[in-house]
Design a protein around this ligand. Structure first.
Ligand code: ADP
Length: 327
């Protein structure tokens, strides 16, 4: 017979993502609604080890649904990789009587949670919070929609100045292992080329295509590159383009961390609220050690050990669409 979960801890861990606050709010309020005590664990697993744990009330999460970042802070924590660190964390939770955990983070945080829940008697529920949208078992991750919309807004602005000067812009967006931000923002802004880690970049093909566009006086060209593209980031691509097409006025723009910040979009707030609510339901129903996801608009629960980074296949049709629409 499972023990009833009465006191839950919530933490945000690993890379931050806009919408994490909306998830924390949903977890705290759903927990309190169901008669639980809720604790906020600061700075991810680091706060669990350092005993930086604070009681949360309904008012503690007032006025945060619209805020980027995370009020609980986030961190990477080396000590949690070691059994001794996890044991210390467990002792702190035990002292407070915490008997359920919700972790908002990426696949690394889930690996940590999986180990922890195997070793100690505290059930863990994961919520996917990552701008990269690269976790198996869910169509959505908290933060992706905001990040991609930030990229779209920025690229639209770059297009204005590119158009005024007839420039070729190579724009780097985030995505170390996944090209979704590049693909979605590139399509939505009418980029001429999109380079993503899921497809091997053929630099000769890119140069030929840009040269052909030069010949027919298509003067404004935008190339969107994911930071993890196999050829390299925007700087590496620009170096070759400048050498091979010196007549083009080529500029580089790396969007960087602006993609992680800002007020979450409606979509991110909604999925964060839905997943936060579902995570507490899971703990109450005894559905333990799973990641809460949404697949085909239905809640979907993936065992933590299978909630890993997943390279989702990017269909050839998308690539064809990019080619046709940007000609
Ligand atoms: P993300 O959750 O965004 O993927 P990380 O991969 O940096 O971010 O993981 C966040 C934290 O989760 C790490 O700093 C560490 O504390 C914990 N963690 C990650 N992988 C493991 C692991 N294999 N064992 C134990 N803890 C881990």
């Amino acid at each position: 017979m499972e023990n009833k979960v009465t006191k839950i801890g919530v933490l945000t861990s690993g890379g931050d993502a806009p919408g994490m606050n909306a998830a924390v709010r949903a977890i705290v309020r759903t927990g309190i609604y169901n008669g639980m005590e809720v604790f906020g664990i600061m700075r991810g697993y680091a706060g669990m080890i350092d005993n930086d744990i604070v009681p949360m009330h309904s008012r503690s999460v007032a006025n945060i649904i619209q805020r980027g970042g995370t009020i609980l802070k986030t961190a990477r924590c080396k000590e949690f990789f070691e059994y001794e660190g996890r044991k210390k964390a467990y002792a702190n939770l035990k002292k407070l009587g915490i008997n359920g955990l919700v972790i908002v983070g990426g696949d690394g945080s889930f690996r940590g949670a999986h180990k922890f829940s195997n070793e100690f008697d505290i059930p863990c529920i994961g919520i996917p919070g990552t701008i990269d949208k690269d976790i198996a078992g869910t169509d959505f991750t908290i933060g992706f929609d905001t990040a991609v919309n930030t990229a779209v807004e920025a690229i639209d602005k770059i297009r204005d100045t590119a158009d005024a000067h007839d420039r070729l812009f190579i724009i780097e967006v985030m995505g170390r292992d996944a090209g979704y931000i590049a693909l979605h923002s590139g399509i939505a802004t009418g980029a001429e080329h999109i380079l993503i880690p899921e497809r091997k970049t053929d630099i000769e093909e890119l140069i030929d295509s840009l040269m052909e566009k030069e010949r027919r006086k298509k003067l404004v060209n935008m190339v969107v590159v994911a930071e993890g593209d196999n050829f390299g980031g925007a700087d590496e691509v620009a170096k070759v383009v400048k050498e091979r097409i010196p007549s083009a006025d080529t500029r580089v723009c790396v969007l960087g961390h602006i993609q992680r910040g800002g007020s979450p979009t409606c979509m991110d707030r909604l999925i964060a609220s839905r997943m936060g609510y579902a995570s507490v339901e899971c703990l109450m129903e005894g559905r333990h050690n799973v990641m809460v996801g949404i697949l085909n608009n239905k809640m979907h629960y993936t065992p933590l050990e299978r909630a890993v980074k997943a390279k989702q296949k990017i269909s050839d049709e998308w690539i064809k669409i990019v080619r046709i629409l940007a000609s």
